[in-house]
Design a protein around this ligand. Structure first.
Ligand code: AMP
Length: 222
């Protein structure tokens, strides 16, 4: 199973990425974690990107794409499944990631979109700030990261919809419920991807499922 995740900050990419990786026994490649690790080890790359991370800015595409190239090349040698978390963040990264996948014969089977509204995301990120003290979980950096998500990252979702690999999940609910729904959807997709060519697939939107089964939504506007 080859999955990439498109989600705003605070939607649970890291948590759900780890759930997927454990379930399918595949590596979890999180660009944010790789970058924070460089910052913590004070490598040359870490020193170059620290200010971007602290302010909630995207680091230059070339840096992230080199990481993706390196990580996917390593994965190609060990079975080829992966969960990419944190990349792509803009259209140029989406196209480049697709190209890297094509060259290695391992483009993503599923683009998993976690959907949540900004008020809930801000609440979660500020709660996380108190626990983890991430340098980019300040109110100002959070606002900026959300703005960048809407401007640059979210538009990619439609592109994956057109490619027929999009699965959208409502991430407003507790993490264990979201995780169960993701795994159920991916299990269905994993048998499907081997038999149905990409151009014959349709985007899957699971965000109405909870309501359809009488579940209360935490979004007061719905
Ligand atoms: P994350 O852990 O995914 O929230 O990422 C934390 C920070 O790492 C982001 O705010 C960016 O500064 C940087 N970052 C992670 N992934 C990317 C990416 N694909 N492109 C640019 N910057 C990234």
């Amino acid at each position: 199973m080859r999955v990439l995740m498109v989600a705003p900050p605070g939607a649970g990419k890291g948590t759900q990425g780890a759930v997927i990786a454990t379930h399918f026994g595949i590596p979890h490649i999180a660009t944010g974690d790789l970058l924070r690790d460089h910052v913590a080890r004070r490598t040359a790359l870490g020193r170059a990107v620290q200010a971007h991370l602290d302010k909630g800015e995207l680091v230059p595409d070339e840096i992230v794409l080199d990481m993706v190239q390196e990580a996917l090349t390593a994965v190609a040698a060990t079975g080829g499944g992966y969960v990419l978390d944190g990349v792509p963040r803009n259209m140029a990264q989406a196209r480049a990631t697709y190209q890297i996948g094509l060259e290695l014969g391992m483009t993503a089977d599923v683009a998993l979109h976690l959907k949540a509204d900004d008020r809930e995301l801000k609440r979660r990120l500020l709660a996380r700030a108190a626990l983890e003290g991430r340098s980019d979980d300040t109110e100002e950096a959070i606002e900026h990261r959300l703005r960048l998500y809407h401007e640059l990252t979210h538009p990619i979702v439609a592109w994956y919809g057109e490619r027929g690999i999009l699965v959208t999940v409502d991430a407003m609910r507790p993490a264990d419920q979201v995780g169960r729904e993701i795994l159920a959807a991916l299990e269905v997709m994993s048998s499907f991807v081997d038999h149905v060519p990409e151009q014959s697939r349709r985007a899957v939107d699971l965000t109405g499922l909870g309501a359809a089964f009488g579940e209360m939504t935490t979004d007061p506007s719905r």
